[in-house]
Design a protein around this ligand. Sequence first.
Ligand SMILES: Nc1ncnc2c1ncn2[C@@H]1O[C@H](COP(=O)(O)OP(=O)(O)OP(=O)(O)O)[C@@H](O)[C@H]1O
Ligand SMILES: Nc1ncnc2c1ncn2[C@@H]1O[C@H](COP(=O)(O)OP(=O)(O)OP(=O)(O)O)[C@@H](O)[C@H]1O
Ligand SMILES: [Mg+2]
Ligand SMILES: [Mg+2]
Lengths: 228, 228
Amino acid sequence: LVVVDNLHKTYSMGDVDVHALQGVSFSVERGEFLSIMGASGSGKSTLMNIIGCLDVPTGGRYFLDGRDVSRLKADQLADIRKYTIGFVFQGFNLLPRMSALENVELPMVYNGFSSTERKERAMEALKVVGLEDRALHQPHQLSGGQQQRVAIARALANQAPLILADEPTGNLDTHTSEEVMNLFCMLNREKGRTIIMVTHEPDLARYGRRVVTFRDGLLIHDEKVMSG
Amino acid sequence: LVVVDNLHKTYSMGDVDVHALQGVSFSVERGEFLSIMGASGSGKSTLMNIIGCLDVPTGGRYFLDGRDVSRLKADQLADIRKYTIGFVFQGFNLLPRMSALENVELPMVYNGFSSTERKERAMEALKVVGLEDRALHQPHQLSGGQQQRVAIARALANQAPLILADEPTGNLDTHTSEEVMNLFCMLNREKGRTIIMVTHEPDLARYGRRVVTFRDGLLIHDEKVMSG
Ligand SMILES: Nc1ncnc2c1ncn2[C@@H]1O[C@H](COP(=O)(O)OP(=O)(O)OP(=O)(O)O)[C@@H](O)[C@H]1O
Ligand SMILES: Nc1ncnc2c1ncn2[C@@H]1O[C@H](COP(=O)(O)OP(=O)(O)OP(=O)(O)O)[C@@H](O)[C@H]1O
Ligand SMILES: [Mg+2]
Ligand SMILES: [Mg+2]
């Protein structure tokens, strides 16, 4: 489903270049559950933004479902972001003037769901993350972990086959983090959704079936998780 | 240094009331290192905002250094926030149009440091958190963990006697998190700074000497950490 080939990403800051990705290659099959780990600043979010069609590499290629993403036009990329990918952002990226419910409904607006269906699926997703009684709160009226859970609910509610979760549990207590991991496992095993998740916690990384590790913009390790 | 007495905080949302704090009482001595744990939404950030003089309780009282904070005027509260308290926010709260260096210098502008001293202390703080080569980046040019470390550096650089850290390691890998904890220990033991830290991770909570636990707006547990 996802193939990255020798990806490079360099940011130019005047006379200094920051090499965020220095030649990353790997592939992810449909139905996989992959965890990505690595030190702060090692390039994980940069990679996720490229896979999520939110950013373009400086070099190398990215194929999504066999199509070379760098060859696609802006409206085709927008379609991919709307229909194919559900993104849980590291900074949540909720719209501040909308309620939790409206934030969760937003991706479904594009997907042809009726207004009734959107509201039902959004309330269901909020219930799954334990926030049905916060549906009408705006982001500033929610705790940090609650905002993170709304971002997770938003990625769940539309039916995107690929879920990209960038540090989905950084603001959650241990118990809630495990619930989120079990939820991802269920989506992966029962609903066949492909999941790529960035996490800093080795225990949570092992809910997936494969763990890759980044350092300084390069993949340095790739191992299958022995299910135990 | 910090005494809270039967603190209540209620948010009114039309016909529904959210009781974020339901009668919280405890005290923190000068020189203590206290960790606060509890589930997402249990009231930790709400308490931190009151202790940090950023919010007012609906009921109960808060004494800082013996003074009833609810009796103070706006400019006295502003002075406390500038000189007495260093705050690491859960959402980092960096100013987007300023560089990392300028963000770290900002609290020192009020404290009578000369422009040369501010720059030196800010670069030193950035070096301590491993970001001296990111000094000129703006927040959007930094990774999530790097933004969090800039927020930590900002609380370090000015010499506030009370440090309030709301989830300072949520976006940091294990190794960097431990470095931050060791840094807090050093500030506490060698420089005598009082530290109140919210964390979700039991291992990190034990770097402090006392752990209190919240549930549903109430303190349910308070234990000394046996140093080991
Ligand atoms: N401005 C507000 N209006 C209404 N409710 C609010 C507001 N701010 C916070 N709340 C509610 O108060 C409760 C406590 O929030 P708080 O941010 O203190 O939780 P927390 O313990 O810091 O959680 P987390 O671990 O997720 O950061 C939450 O249930 C939240 O929905
Ligand atoms: N717009 C930008 N301009 C310049 N440098 C950038 C920009 N965005 C990111 N960087 C740099 O690229 C590197 C990789 O950033 P990235 O956000 O991918 O890290 P990360 O692995 O997600 O880290 P974290 O675990 O802290 O979230 C960092 O060193 C960062 O400073
Ligand atoms: Mg990141
Ligand atoms: Mg909080």
